[in-house]
Ligand binder design. Structure first.
Ligand SMILES: Cc1cc2nc3c(=O)[nH]c(=O)nc-3n(C[C@H](O)[C@H](O)[C@H](O)COP(=O)(O)O)c2cc1C
Length: 382
């Protein structure tokens, strides 16, 4: 989504840096547009570096490109955070006196406003009646948080935490009100105190799926087993390592579960206490681990289940994926080959009980297709 992020001149302007980062981590294209006063609180180079785009806030500079119309029309969503009392008043009055105000008035995109100001300013009847007017016009205004303000005093008026703003902004997404569990990464089963049976899963695919589901408004629990990539903002991360820990963390009701984690098929029957020395040879007795997704689906009927199937050769993929559909009791299987592990590009086969669709692309593009397929099934009228 193309997000135009307006930043206005309040003390919380510095917190917009976290917002730029979180929105970009969720895969959005972010254009930052601070007001002149916002740049008294936060430096332009910081915002340019974080957004990856240069910033020009002068309405009358480069007039030939009619920047305000371009900015307004290119945005799918306009978020203003923090929004000052002054900005809220100007928006209520329709005053197009700077580039941000002009871009907003020239846009048909949804506008979301996150106010931040001193409690008395927030509770002032002028501000409250401006906020009421914005809401009447369909602009979504977030309630400020209560807490420590600029000085020693506390009260309502604080800019909410970045995570809460992100949740509020995307609450109206296709998966709004839905809960999704995503497992990602590779488990580790101890051999001794320092060694383990692991695998080369980076967790990238599961993380991309969690990111996309959160971007579509779902409440996401990401159960991450030894992730090599950072978890996206706006999801609940439960870090685990072994198969048992993964099983416990995923055992919750949800609307859908995506089992993207690579779970060890074996564990060592009796892991060695302490570190084994090389002075003698060792024979490890391996025992099979539990089938986590099959058990989960049996315990939680009604949850839409997505499993992954890994084949050595692309030729066997459909057969293996279709078999897994029945064996695990899931509704969708994403079949991929060993080659896909750890890379950012992938070719997968999406298999349900009726169709099988080959898809090639970046992991984030494939993640979007998987999340769209889930939304199709669990959201009425999607
Ligand atoms: C130190 C300082 C902190 C301020 N903090 C806020 C604030 O948190 N919220 C607010 O509405 N105004 C705040 N103001 C007042 C705004 O900066 C002022 O209304 C300004 O005109 C807003 O410009 P803008 O909305 O165009 O960015 C603050 C002013 C100063 C000097």
């Amino acid at each position: 989504m193309r997000v135009l992020l307006g930043i206005t001149g309040g003390i919380a302007a510095y917190k917009a840096t976290g917002l730029v980062r979180a929105l970009r981590e969720l895969g959005h294209d972010v254009t930052v547009l601070p007001t002149e006063n916002a740049l008294r609180f936060i430096g332009k180079p910081t915002l340019e570096a974080l957004s990856g785009k240069s910033i020009d806030i002068d309405l009358f500079h480069d007039v030939a490109s009619v920047k305000h119309v371009e900015l307004g029309q290119q945005a799918d969503l306009i978020l203003v955070a923090p929004a000052t009392a002054s900005f809220i008043g100007r928006l209520a009055g329709g005053l197009a006196d700077d580039l941000l105000m002009n871009a907003i008035l020239a846009s048909k995109a949804e506008v979301v406003v996150a106010p931040a100001m001193h409690t008395e300013m927030w509770q002032n009847p002028a501000t409250q009646s401006n906020v009421a007017l914005l809401k009447q016009r369909g602009i979504r205004v977030m309630e400020p948080a209560t807490g420590r303000l600029t000085g020693a005093d506390t009260g309502p008026g604080r800019l909410p935490e970045v995570e809460d703003i992100v949740k509020f902004v995307f609450a109206a997404g296709a998966l709004s009100g839905k809960s999704i569990i995503v497992t990602a990464g590779g488990t580790r089963e101890p051999i001794d105190a320092v060694r383990f049976i692991g695998n080369s899963s980076s967790g990238r695919m599961g993380v991309e799926i969690a990111r996309e589901a959160a971007a579509q408004g779902a409440s996401v629990r990401l159960v991450g087993a030894n992730l090599e990539v950072p978890a996206p903002a706006g999801v609940e991360l439960i870090a685990v390592s072994s198969v048992d820990e993964l099983e416990q963390a995923m055992d919750q009701e949800a609307d859908a579960i995506v089992m993207a984690a690579a779970v060890s098929d074996f564990r060592v029957a009796n892991p060695h206490r302490g570190k084994m020395s090389r002075s003698q040879g060792v024979n490890l007795e391996l025992v099979p681990t539990k089938d986590l997704i099959a058990n989960y689906m049996a315990r939680h009927p009604g949850v839409f289940g997505v499993a992954f199937a890994l084949a050595d050769e692309a030729a066997d993929l459909e057969e293996i994926a279709r078999q897994k559909l029945w064996d695990k009791g899931v509704q969708l299987v994403v079949g991929n080959t060993v080659k896909a592990l750890g890379s950012s590009k992938s070719s997968v086969l999406l298999v349900n009980d009726e169709t099988s669709e080959p898809v090639t692309g970046s992991k984030d593009a494939i993640a979007k297709l998987i999340v769209d397929a889930i939304a199709n099934e669990i959201v009425e009228g999607a």
